[in-house]
Design a protein around this ligand. Structure first.
Ligand code: UD1
Length: 336
């Protein structure tokens, strides 16, 4: 497309560089993975991150991307980030239920205010489509499984409320301003580059790191809670489909992004024992506030609207993840 043909030669970023794709939260593991896939396809990419939870080390390998260090709570940063782009993958968030319980205002600022700023800037810049990282936490603790998009949301943590507010803003910007938006409601995404070092990290990242180091992992609750753990490649694949799908089919739509199967934490712990060689038992501690019991997605709508099918199953994904952490992980510093 002529509009994007002004990129300077080679991998250096010239003054006339115009990115076709913006990835927010690009130093986080999902944003990083989307950007890497786009670059591998030869696309022009801009990324933005404020490094609250993102890691500089995650940008290694993304040198062909234009990078803006900045905070999306600042409208000027959003305007700069959106200038000239056609598609936005909005992955930036403070992605943690317990973090939101400890700091609901911070979560609101970085999830809700930042999302609204991105939408305003996207609309002003003439962006065609924003693809938004929604969260399965929007469904809350309702017993009905699998979760279907038509179910009434029932967010029970500040994080879930904030991510759901973002979804509503997406649909609103489509209806009111005609900006194309697509919401992918992620279910417990895991894989290489996920930060295992914070107590707010996703459970599989924490377990891989600890068990590979021969340290005991802690299961909150009885371990019989279940999740539709989704390997990162499936999420990247879905995002690329969501950007490319015809607007009349997907714009203004929200759909689950998962695998359509679930596993308990106790079962997952056993598989990780096999994969990591850890031979101890887990510790058990009281359930976490704001936790939900079971989570399983119906992925029929994403199949219908995007032609989505999972490309990597849970066990294969977990194997790859364990191997990545075993090698030190490019994103976690130790042997980068
Ligand atoms: C929730 C959302 C998910 C979102 C994520 C962001 C649901 C179903 N999912 O995931 O969409 O992307 O927040 O953080 O609401 N656990 C342990 N030991 C640990 C850490 C966690 O037992 O060391 C347990 C938790 O108590 C929980 C499960 O593992 O029961 C999963 O926790 P976590 O990985 O933090 O994700 P969710 O809170 O399920």
């Amino acid at each position: 497309m002529l509009r994007y043909a002004r990129r300077s030669s080679g991998l250096g970023i010239g003054e006339d560089f115009v990115a076709k794709y913006l990835v927010t939260g690009v130093a986080g593991f999902i944003g990083r993975s989307i950007a890497a896939a786009l670059l591998a396809r030869g696309e022009t990419v801009r990324g933005v991150d404020n490094f609250i939870t993102g890691k500089r080390a995650n940008l290694v390998g993304l040198e062909a991307m234009e990078f803006i260090e900045g905070d999306l709570t600042d409208p000027a940063v959003c305007a700069r980030a959106c200038a000239g782009v056609e598609f936005v993958f909005h992955e930036a968030a403070l992605a943690s239920v317990p973090r939101s319980v400890a700091d609901p205002v911070g979560t609101n600022l970085n999830c809700v205010t930042a999302t609204l700023n991105v939408l305003v800037a996207a609309r002003e810049a003439g962006v065609r489509r924003v693809v938004y990282a929604g969260s399965s936490s929007a469904y809350g603790d309702t017993p009905t499984l699998p979760k279907q998009e038509a179910m009434l949301p029932n967010p029970i943590s500040p994080y879930a409320v904030a991510k759901l507010a973002g979804e509503h803003y997406m649909r609103c910007f489509t209806r009111v301003y005609g900006l194309e938006t697509v919401v992918l409601r992620y279910f417990n995404v895991f894989g290489p580059y996920q930060d295992p070092t914070s107590h707010y990290s996703g459970v599989l990242a924490i377990f891989c790191r600890r068990m590979l180091a021969g340290e005991q992992a802690t299961i909150f609750g009885d371990g019989e809670q279940s999740r539709d753990f989704t390997y990162i490649d499936n999420v990247v694949h879905a995002n690329l489909l969501a950007a490319a799908a015809p607007a009349d089919k997907v714009s203004g739509q929200m759909m689950n992004m998962a695998t359509g199967s679930r596993i308990t934490l106790n079962q997952t712990f056993r598989i990780l024992c096999e994969l990591t060689g850890y031979s101890g038992e887990p510790a058990y501690a009281p359930s976490r506030a704001g936790d939900i019991r079971d989570s399983l997605a119906d992925i029929g709508l994403a199949g219908e609207l995007l032609g989505y099918k999972p490309v990597v199953d849970f066990r294969t994904g977990l194997q790859r993840t364990v191997e990545w952490y075993r090698l030190g992980g490019e994103g976690i510093g130790s042997r980068a």
